[in-house]
Design a protein around this ligand. Structure first.
Ligand SMILES: *Cc1c(COP(=O)(O)O)cnc(C)c1O
Length: 393
């Protein structure tokens, strides 16, 4: 049994493409072409070159000596925080804008909640000289002012979504509406391993450069490609999908996904989807969703805006249900403490999202021979306000 997507776009019973009739042609066009484009020599050449010269890849695999000593295991950090723009998201937006160009699209749309994906999209649109419209809930725009301004500096138009709860869900609806109206000229860049097939697979493949590099780097440092554990935080799941990708079918590697518990799994203010979610459709795919008994999506909460998502990508839903992945969660407090600890012990201030992955170390039973890779998905510059409000450092 493989944990990769099947040829119908499913991971076990999760995935598929559940979109309005009007969007079928768009999704079909992408499905019919994405693999062909991604495997073409021209695409490979341009993608690899940009990852190297623009993003700064390969990112280092750093042995955190002081952290290793504290936890009694060999702990490595995969430094996605050193990517241009400060996180892994740009690996995907570069890939997708190249796909858009190959499909002859002239304009890019995206939706964003916290603004991180919007910034990564605006960045590559500037790079390619393509017009960029980012939909963002009106409330999120007020909460994430610096990212709104970053997008504008980069030349993107940020359009407020003013309906419903004025957050991510409404921004997604607006983006889909735009796509329906201009299917020929527009490509919709989705920011995680979510959305209708082929998005989850396409995004996972763009992010898979993370585990491709880990294998090479670990072979050099430890004499083996396979660690005992790979740990990553999960919002939609793209950084985790990238860190797990080349290990999915290697059973000796434990895949550990960490969700945001917010104020606690049972507090009503949480984003721990696998702990609370049930089978449903979200963002065009069948997956696990935090929802009420009559199917209303429950508003998620986490101190980290990037993990504040009421679902999980279909690959991860399958890893959870099949038992291939171990799913943990960390509260706001546990994550903030882990973030401050990394800052003081290694001189690296992590993104609050990534701090959730670091918090898993306290929940695991490690032995001295264990090799652990933690995907440090992003840096903490964007979270300075959150650290200051937290105050305990
Ligand atoms: C957006 C983001 C995440 C969460 O997204 P995934 O798709 O789950 O990876 C995690 N870390 C950082 C730094 C982010 O910006």
């Amino acid at each position: 049994m493989s944990y990769q997507v099947d040829d119908k776009g499913y991971y076990g019973r999760f995935g598929g493409a559940f979109v309005p009739e009007m969007l079928h042609p768009n999704v079909e066009e992408l499905k019919a072409n994405y693999l062909k484009i991604m495997e073409s020599p021209e695409f490979r050449k341009e993608f690899d070159q940009l990852l190297k010269d623009y993003v700064g890849r390969p990112t280092p695999l750093y042995k955190a000596e002081r952290l290793s000593e504290k936890y009694g295991a060999k702990i490595y950090l995969k430094r996605e925080d050193l990517c241009h723009t400060g996180a892994h998201k740009v690996n995907n937006t570069i890939g997708q804008i190249l796909v858009a160009k190959a499909l002859g699209k002239k304009k890019i749309i995206a939706e964003t909640g916290a603004g991180q994906h919007g910034v990564a999209t605006a960045t590559v649109c500037a790079l390619m000289g393509m017009p960029c419209i980012v939909y963002m809930g009106e409330i999120d725009m007020a909460r994430q002012k610096p990212n709104v301004e970053r997008m504008r500096i980069l030349g993107a138009e940020v359009r407020p979504a003013t309906s419903g709860s004025k957050t991510l869900k409404d921004a997604t609806n607006e983006a889909l509406r735009h796509w329906i109206q201009d299917p020929d000229g527009t490509h919709y860049i989705i920011g995680s391993v979510v959305g209708p097939h082929p998005y989850p697979d396409m995004v996972a493949k763009f992010q898979s450069v993370i585990s491709e590099e880990i294998k090479k780097q670990l072979l050099e440092k430890e004499g083996t490609e396979n660690p005992d554990y790979v740990i990553a935080c999960v919002g939609g799941g793209s950084n985790a999908a990238g860190a797990f990708y080349h290990y999915l079918d290697e059973k000796d590697v434990q895949l550990v996904a960490v969700e945001a518990a917010g104020h606690g799994v049972d507090s009503g203010e949480t984003a721990a989807t696998t702990a609370l979610g049930s089978f449903g459709v979200l963002h065009g795919n069948r997956t696990l969703v935090m929802q009420t008994e009559d199917g209303q999506v429950v508003e998620p909460y986490s101190i980290s805006a990037g993990l504040d998502y009421p679902g999980i990508g279909p690959m991860h839903a399958h890893l959870f249900e099949s038992g291939r992945g171990v799913f943990l969660n960390a509260t706001d407090t546990e994550a903030m403490e882990a973030g401050v600890q990394l800052s003081k012990m290694e001189g690296i201030i992590p993104a609050v999202e990534s701090s959730h992955a670091l918090a898993a170390l306290d929940k695991m039973d490690l032995k001295p021979s264990d090799v652990v890779v933690i995907n440090l998905s992003g840096r903490g510059d964007k979270d300075l306000e959150t650290y200051i409000k937290w105050g305990k450092y």
